[in-house]
Design a protein around this ligand. Structure first.
Ligand code: SF4
Length: 711
């Protein structure tokens, strides 16, 4: 299938690439499917890379249509800035960059270094992530940098760090899924979010394997499962404790493994003893018989995996939820064993690398902590500055956005659309408007860019080279195939230009992403996420390199924890977890749970996919899924309009009546902006450890659309 192509302003193949089919990777999710891009009739066309081992020649519809974005008519092709009348008008690059440098400097002189902030993205390459973090700490000297991955992966990252001492989403290649006898999939709908991954689940089923899905919806993934545990939203920790209770009761734990490879099991045993199945059935709504079936499948299998996704992670108890599922994986002796273990399915394209190399508020490259004196000394030496110059940890993503207009006066957003993707989005939009100065670098005039004082047109995936780290921890290389349109700069060029204007020219004098990568290798050396042994050449030769890759593991590490964990004593840690209720539960006025998620045809805030005709055709607008019993009670027919109202805002949606949703729950996808942005309604209650907002649960009421709503 050829990509559907627009006919204006065709991208030009890089001179060295004309006539070539260039190996690259999809611009969207963390599968980072291998693709070939070539020029046909002077337009770029993508096809699957048949030899790349992760997707094995498969692409989803988003990947197939991704080349359309390169020459899209709405693409930004020149910098914009506000004129005297407040309108965004074209300006020169010199003018745009100078405005940013001058306003950031003025604001920092008046309000202090931390009054300037940066907001990055899990879509940025490792090279950009690294330079963005360096830019924050050295060029601006601000503590306030965070990124949209805080909204995706921070709970999974925190749980893995606590339990295993290190955070690599999947500590094994995706191909291992096919050989697992039993898989417990929690809060993930991979059939829609990353369809090429399902080939491994299909192989697993063909091998006689079983799939257990835990999800409040009978999603496309749950529909094909052996067992579907349709739990009450927010009851994950109770469910996991209940399963572990049964495993212990029925003698299905691995005592030898617990004794030799873990610590702190006895406390967990004490707590889960109180989660007897009848009580767990009351909390979770999952029948005791199903709990027992799930526990027995897991406990009796020769190999078993637990995989988690955003459904269980994007909660104010997200870290605890994951620790309670990790307890099951450890108690049954799975982690580090063949075709077994625990992993999280990372969402964004570079959601893994993006959380390792310094764009997080508390982090330096190589997964080092910014509060660790030794890490500060090391990075200061790499950068050639005094360690005392480096700021300490700053605010997490939501807290940073919530401080706009008060403590934070100037913000540069790179590759993120927070007006759509942040929780309590109406409030966040009002905070953005309170800023003294906002700059946004993006490909399109996103809902966030529309509010900016200066907008910088950025290059896209096929127009620059750089590395990404996929959901397996495999570092891959996107080659440059296409020249960026005239008038567009890469994010790296933008940061280097700004670094120069802020007086740090020598520290941001990179000629190419490859040059950044060489410094980055040194920066990560000895860190938890050690990339020091990786080169662009090795990535190409090996079809990607799994970190850690260093002198001890020169070819990388596809499988982790086979002998020890990354904790000081080499043992994995159990955590005693009690179930706590979500921050908001249904009541008489807001009687339903609201949960959110994705659809097959769109990606994240939709800035890109809402501009692809084929994808819009598949899903033109978000629909609120409600159960037939509720529709009957409210006298609603399929396609009727309703208002959804929460304590924060209200929005109108068309309904889709479906028995796949629980009667007490409404589901709405989150890829749309403006009046259709469901995140206007979601709750910003934060997990106390990861600072992840509770996107997945809040209390909502349904109002028939004839009734007017004050929003
Ligand atoms: Fe792209 Fe993800 Fe689809 Fe693969 S699964 S084609 S990486 S969006």
């Amino acid at each position: 299938m050829d990509s559907i192509l627009h006919t204006i302003n065709a991208p030009i193949f890089a001179p060295s690439r004309v006539g070539e089919s260039v190996a690259t990777h999809c611009p969207y999710c963390a599968m980072q499917c291998g693709m070939m891009i070539e020029s046909k009739n002077d337009l770029p066309v993508v096809t699957p890379n048949q030899s790349f081992p992760v997707n094995n020649g498969s692409l989803c519809i988003k990947g197939w249509t991704s080349a359309e974005l390169l020459n899209h008519p709405e693409r930004l092709r020149e910098p914009l800035a506000r004129n005297a009348k407040g309108k965004l008008v074209p300006v020169s690059w010199d003018d745009a960059l100078q405005r940013i440098a001058v306003r950031f400097t003025e604001i920092q002189i008046e309000h202090g270094h931390d009054a300037a902030a940066l907001f990055g993205s899990g879509a940025l390459t490792n090279e950009k992530t690294y330079v963005l973090g360096k830019f924050a700490r050295i060029a601006l000297g601000t503590a306030n940098i965070d990124y949209n991955g805080r909204f995706c992966m921070s709970s999974a990252a925190a749980a893995s760090n606590k339990a295993f001492g290190i955070d690599r989403g999947l500590p094994f290649p995706v191909a291992d899924i096919a050989k697992a006898e039993v898989i417990l999939m929690v809060g993930s709908n991979s059939a829609e979010t990353m369809p090429p991954l399902m080939q491994y689940f299909e192989q697993q089923r063909a091998n006689g394997g079983k799939l257990i899905v835990i999800d409040p919806r009978q999603s496309a993934t749950a529909a094909n499962a052996t067992l579907h545990l349709k739990l009450t939203p927010g009851s994950d920790a109770a469910l996991a404790n209940g399963i572990l209770h049964i495993l212990i009761r029925d003698g299905l734990i691995d005592s030898e493994y617990i004794q030799s490879r873990t610590q702190d099991f006895e406390r967990v045993k004490g707590i889960v003893a109180t989660y007897w199945p009848e009580q767990v059935e009351r909390i979770t709504g999952v029948r005791e018989a199903l709990l027992v079936q799930a526990a027995h499948l897991l406990g009796r299998a020769k190999s078993a995996m637990i995989l988690t996704g955003r459904g269980t992670e994007q909660q104010a108890q997200g870290v605890n939820n994951l620790l309670s599922y990790i307890n099951i994986a450890l108690a049954t002796g799975r982690v580090g064993r063949p075709f077994s273990g625990y992993g999280t399915l990372t969402g964004q394209g570079n959601g893994q690398g993006g959380r390792e190399h310094g764009q997080k508020a508390d982090q330096l490259p190589g997964y080092r902590s910014i509060n660790d004196p030794a890490a500060r000394e090391y990075m200061a030496a790499v950068w050639g500055v005094d360690a005392n110059e480096l700021p300490k940890a700053g605010k997490s993503a939501y807290e940073l956005l919530n401080a706009l207009g008060s403590e934070i006066k100037a913000l540069l957003v790179m590759g993120s659309n927070v007006v759509v993707s942040a929780p309590n989005a109406t409030h966040i939009k009002s905070r953005l408007k309170k800023l003294d100065f906002l700059a946004v670098a993006d490909f399109f005039l996103s809902e966030t860019a529309e509010l900016a004082d200066v907008v910088l047109p950025a290059a896209q995936w096929a127009e620059e080279e750089g590395t990404m780290t996929n959901l397996e921890g495999r570092v891959i290389l996107r080659e440059r195939a296409v020249e960026p349109p005239a008038g567009v700069k890469t994010d790296l060029e933008i940061l280097c230009e700004l670094g120069k204007r802020l007086g740090r020219e020598s520290l941001f004098a990179y000629e190419s992403p490859r040059e950044v990568f060489e410094e980055f290798r040194v920066a990560t050396k000895g860190g938890l996420a050690d990339y020091s042994g990786i080169t662009y050449e090795k990535i190409t030769k090996q079809q990607g390199v799994f970190w850690p890759c260093n002198e001890a593991n020169p070819n990388g590490t596809p499988r982790m924890f086979t002998e020890k964990f990354a904790t000081p004593n080499g043992r994995a840690r159990f955590h005693a977890i009690r179930h706590l209720s979500p921050a908001e539960e249904p009541d008489a006025y807001y009687p339903f749970y609201l949960t959110t998620g994705r659809v097959l045809s769109h990606y994240q805030s939709g800035t890109q996919t809402r501009r692809v005709a084929k994808l819009v055709e598949m899903n033109a607008e978000p629909c609120a899924e409600i159960h037939p019993a509720i529709a009957r009670r409210l006298g609603l027919s399929d396609g009727a309009k309703i208002w959804l109202q929460t304590r924060r805002d209200a929005a109108q949606f068309k309904i889709k009546i479906t028995p796949t949703i629980r009667e007490d729950t409404v589901f709405v996808p989150f890829h749309w902006g403006g009046a259709q942005a469901i995140n206007r309604l979601t709750n910003a209650a934060l997990d106390p450890i990861s600072r992840m907002p509770e996107f997945k649960i809040c209390a909502v009421r349904i109002v028939r659309s004839q009734t007017s709503i004050e929003s």
